[in-house]
Design a binder for this molecule. Structure first.
Ligand code: 0L1
Ligand code: MG
Length: 262
């Protein structure tokens, strides 16, 4: 760890302001090259603390960079996590105003909703399935606060893993009623197929991504609470969106989720 408490607080304010004002900033490691993972998560947790102090509820978590497509797209090599605040959530068939965001992109994901707490270390996919109430298709809208979506792993962790908005919908499924590795997805923009994939792209099984989250949280003595919604990570590469775009995710056996960007 290289950052003081004051530096963590200042960086959290800086990145949260970039989010709230929808204005891009340069990656923070340009000024703090010695920052490590622990520092980066400390900044992320300070952003979370600032939001909670203003009455925002944390409704869940997300895993990011869990597929080879995403790691290659972003030039990084380790899955990371972030938190989901209540105002990130949007109703199926709803709208998103792009003026509140910097340079949004959409990703096809599977969301898990937990019915009992999940903790590590040693958490595995079977324990995740036992603790899951249901799964459903989700579209994550990511919006890095860094100029041109250019960052390194430490910078993006501090920036809450580019979390910004998300949609869930379609048909919920009991976790044992499907093979979670073979859920086919089609991501469309304005009626055109942009990306296709299968859920095994996420660490072989999206439940493994949730287990990894529980194990990573254990390093901070934290658990995933019951009733959390967790985005397990992108199955495909992310695609940019702008005002006027209509996006639909179709997930095999789970219906579809649509949204409009205005
Ligand atoms: O959800 C994700 O996989 C995003 C993680 C952060 C990297 C990015 O902004 O693409
Ligand atoms: Mg994602």
């Amino acid at each position: 760890m290289s950052l003081s408490k004051e530096q963590i607080a200042a960086l959290a304010e800086h990145l949260e302001n970039a989010e709230l004002n929808a204005s891009a900033v340069k990656k923070i490691t340009d000024d703090y090259p010695d920052m490590d993972f622990r520092d980066a998560y400390n900044v992320q947790y300070e952003i979370r603390r600032r939001k909670e102090a203003r009455g925002t509820r944390i409704i869940g978590m997300k895993m990011g960079l869990t597929s080879r497509a995403k790691m290659e797209q972003m030039g990084v090599d380790t899955p990371i996590y972030g938190f989901l605040a209540d105002y990130f959530e949007r109703a199926e068939s709803g709208e998103i105003s792009v003026k509140d965001l910097i340079h949004p992109k959409v990703e096809a994901e599977i969301a898990f909703v937990t019915k009992s707490p999940l903790g590590g270390p040693g958490c595995n996919a079977a324990q995740v399935i036992a603790a899951t109430d249901f799964i459903m298709p989700a579209v994550e809208v990511i919006d890095s606060r860094y100029e041109n979506f250019r960052f390194d792993l430490v910078s993006v962790i501090a920036d809450n893993a580019s979390s910004s908005r998300f949609f869930t919908g379609g048909q919920v499924l009991a976790p044992m009623s499907t093979d979670m590795r073979t859920i086919g997805v089609v991501l469309e923009k304005n009626g055109q197929v942009m990306e296709v994939g299968a859920s095994a792209a996420v660490l072989g099984n999206p439940a493994t991504a949730i287990a990894m989250l529980a194990n990573q949280l254990a390093e901070r003595d934290e658990k995933i609470p019951a009733g959390s919604i967790i985005l397990s990570g992108a199955i495909t590469a992310a695609i940019p969106v702008e005002a006027g775009d209509n996006v639909t995710l179709r997930a095999h056996g789970m219906g579809s989720v649509s949204m409009r960007f205005v």
